[in-house]
Design a protein around this ligand. Structure first.
Ligand SMILES: C[S@@+](CC[C@H](N)C(=O)[O-])C[C@H]1O[C@@H](n2cnc3c(N)ncnc32)[C@H](O)[C@@H]1O
Length: 230
């Protein structure tokens, strides 16, 4: 796992072209996956939602557009990513609280939120366990956590995906953002991430959650994890 500072500066370097690269490289799939997460989160009016490693804020913005009564906070440790998130939010006149912070050491009191989410960010944090502990700490008892992260697909797309992620993603990502190294790292960190049952085991080991389950998305290219805070 690279140093926190090098992850931070890597994301800051690609912030301006992150959305464009994401749109093209994910073939628009990530939007479908966010909607699955939103459906499972099923927030109630006036719920407080925190989206960790929010990046350019797409998931946080989706929650707010879904229901303007939600109190939405987006946290990221890259100021450049948050600047893009803020600009998008201002354009759409949405009231979202954008906060600079580390998902493994958060500056919020215990039991502040009803729901905490993290999409395509937990594989990049310095400690998955510390991030899960923070989510359990800042979310109210019986509140929900939802995690979206890449996996390794099975079935007919396995070989295509391997080729796509090992060769196409770094090349196209590199062309769009001017930073091939970042996209090689993002791909490598996806391949190394403990997905499915292995990730549920990590959640279980914290002894901080109940009712955990997961759902593979698109043959396991991504996984959606759900748990409730004890
Ligand atoms: C691959 S991007 C995902 C962004 C966004 N959640 C999405 O779905 O597109 C990962 C983000 O995690 C952020 N990040 C990584 N580690 C972090 C940490 N420890 N605390 C806060 N943000 C972090 C990076 O700055 C980056 O914006």
């Amino acid at each position: 796992m690279p140093e926190k500072e090098s992850i931070q500066s890597m994301f800051s370097a690609i912030a301006n072209s992150y959305d464009r690269a994401n749109e093209i490289l994910s073939l628009g799939l990530y939007k479908k996956w966010y909607k699955e997460l939103l459906k499972l989160a099923a927030p109630n009016d006036n719920d407080s939602i925190i989206d960790l490693a929010t990046g350019t804020g797409n998931l946080a913005i989706l929650f707010k557009k879904h229901n303007n009564k939600l109190k939405v906070t987006g946290v990221d440790f890259s100021q450049n990513m948050l600047t893009i998130a803020k600009e998008k939010c201002q354009k759409e006149n949405l009231d979202i609280n954008w906060t600079l912070g580390d998902a493994t050491h958060l500056d919020f009191p215990n039991k502040t939120f009803n729901i905490a989410t993290i999409s395509f960010g937990i594989r990049n944090v310095s400690s998955i366990e510390d991030c899960l502990k923070e989510m359990a700490r800042i979310v109210k008892t019986d509140g929900k956590i939802l995690i979206l992260e890449f996996g390794t697909p099975i079935g007919f797309i396995k070989h295509f995906y391997k080729f796509y992620s090992n060769f196409i993603i770094p090349i196209i990502g590199g062309i769009i953002t001017g930073n091939k190294k970042a996209y090689s790292y993002l791909n490598q960190s996806s391949l190394e991430f403990p997905y499915g049952e292995k990730f549920i085991e990590i959640i279980k080991t914290t002894k901080l959650f109940k009712n955990f389950h997961f759902k593979p998305l698109f043959n396991g290219i991504a996984y959606l994890y759900y748990a409730e805070v004890l």
